[in-house]
Write a protein that binds this ligand. Structure first.
Ligand SMILES: *Cc1c(COP(=O)(O)O)cnc(C)c1O
Length: 367
């Protein structure tokens, strides 16, 4: 594609010398698992988020899985989240042995409907996972009020919201514990897999540290059954180079979003995302809605413009999860928008003229 939907290689080229040096530093030092880089990056990233502790993991899915296990969640428990999310959110609940309970979204914000969360709570409910989808912070005050009323932890899925701010605090600093992904195309991406749990609860952080290494207390002695999920030392070194550039990259994403918002006014059949005036949207994705989405997508592809669909099939309708999730209410909004959503090209290195080309191409689409 001439204009790809995303292009993580450009982030490498922009910082090539520093990243190459960081990789060489790790290889030369000779400590390849949980050496200094992972340790320092955990502290630097937790400080960036505004939480006391960070525990690196092998991926974002594993960060969610680890957070759930550290909160004591397993068989016989229910965890409430959305069906309109990356399958990873639901996979992590299933992996922990609990039952995912999937509720609907607000079609304007694409994020969890707090009223349905409250209505879905049962005596078995042990956590709620709000997902800051596309980089737009969820109304955390509402979710925390419901969770506190019922005495359950809030596990934030921040895989798409690095740096997003709600109510003066970053996403990841609101919940009991939060999970981040450093998948290459995320707002803060490694050049491989990686993830992190952040929390200000020391006991929870300690349990995460133990569980991610076989449940060790002292080395080689497991105090509870754990497994292995650690942030790779090379990826940690790369992420330490990239973290100081995250705010600038998010600012650039917001500039592109403003350009799309303005330019797409000429194409009223293309519904642009609601602007979040009271919070900082970091536009992991810029998602529009269009009644004739599939034809629009083909039309753009013919013009060599890449788009993606996040996500084409809601999790409750995916073959693997039939019978493995509970859907207490009809997911009307989730099912409706799945056929309308389209993620336009969005990455910090996308130029203004490329964004204008996308806008001009959409204006030419006849519906
Ligand atoms: C990417 C993503 C994950 C999973 O992260 P991985 O690092 O790919 O395992 C979880 N939740 C959401 C919302 C995501 O976008």
């Amino acid at each position: 594609m001439r204009i790809p939907q995303c292009n993580p290689r450009l982030a490498y080229l922009g910082l090539r010398k520093e990243i190459d040096a960081a990789i060489a530093r790790v290889l030369d030092k000779g400590v390849y698992i949980l050496g200094g880089e992972a340790y320092f990056f955990e502290q630097e990233f937790a400080a960036y988020v505004g939480a006391a502790h960070g525990v690196g993991t092998g991926s974002g899915t594993e960060a969610l899985h680890l957070a759930l296990k550290a909160c004591g969640i397993g068989h016989g428990h229910e965890v409430i989240t959305v069906s309109h999310t990356a399958v990873a959110t639901v996979a992590a609940i299933d992996l922990a042995g609990a039952l995912p309970v999937l509720v609907d979204i607000n079609p304007e914000t694409f994020t969890i409907d707090a009223k349905q969360v409250e209505a879905a709570i049962t005596p078995e409910t042990k956590a709620v996972i709000p997902v800051h989808l596309y980089g737009r912070p969820v109304d955390m005050a509402e979710i925390i009020a419901v969770a506190e009323k019922h005495g359950i932890p809030v596990i934030e899925d921040c895989a798409q919201s690095h740096g997003a701010v709600y109510g003066g605090r970053k996403t990841g600093a609101w919940g009991t514990i939060a999970a981040f992904s450093f998948y290459p195309t995320k707002n803060l991406g490694a050049f491989g897999d990686g993830g992190m749990v952040v929390t200000s609860d020391k006991a929870l952080a300690d349990r995460c540290r133990s569980l991610r290494e076989y449940g060790w207390g002292e080395r080689y002695v497991s105090v509870e059954p754990g497994w292995n999920t650690r942030l790779d030392e090379l990826q940690a070194a790369i992420l330490r180079v990239k973290l100081p550039h995250l705010d600038k990259a998010n600012m650039r994403r917001r500039e592109i979003a403003r350009r799309y918002d303005h330019g797409l006014k000429k194409s009223p059949a293309t519904i642009t995302p609601v602007i979040a005036v009271d919070r900082t949207h970091v536009y992991h994705q810029y998602v529009v809605r269009h009644a004739d989405r599939d034809r629009l997508r083909e039309f753009l592809a013919e013009k060599d413009i890449g788009t993606l669909i996040h996500y084409p099939v809601p999790v409750h309708l995916q073959p693997a999860y039939a019978g493995r999730v509970k859907v207490p209410f009809p997911l009307k909004n989730t099912e409706k928008i799945a056929s309308e959503i389209l993620s336009l090209p969005m990455f910090p290195e996308l130029s203004a003229s490329e964004a204008d080309e996308v806008i001009a191409a959409i204006a030419k689409f006849k519906d």
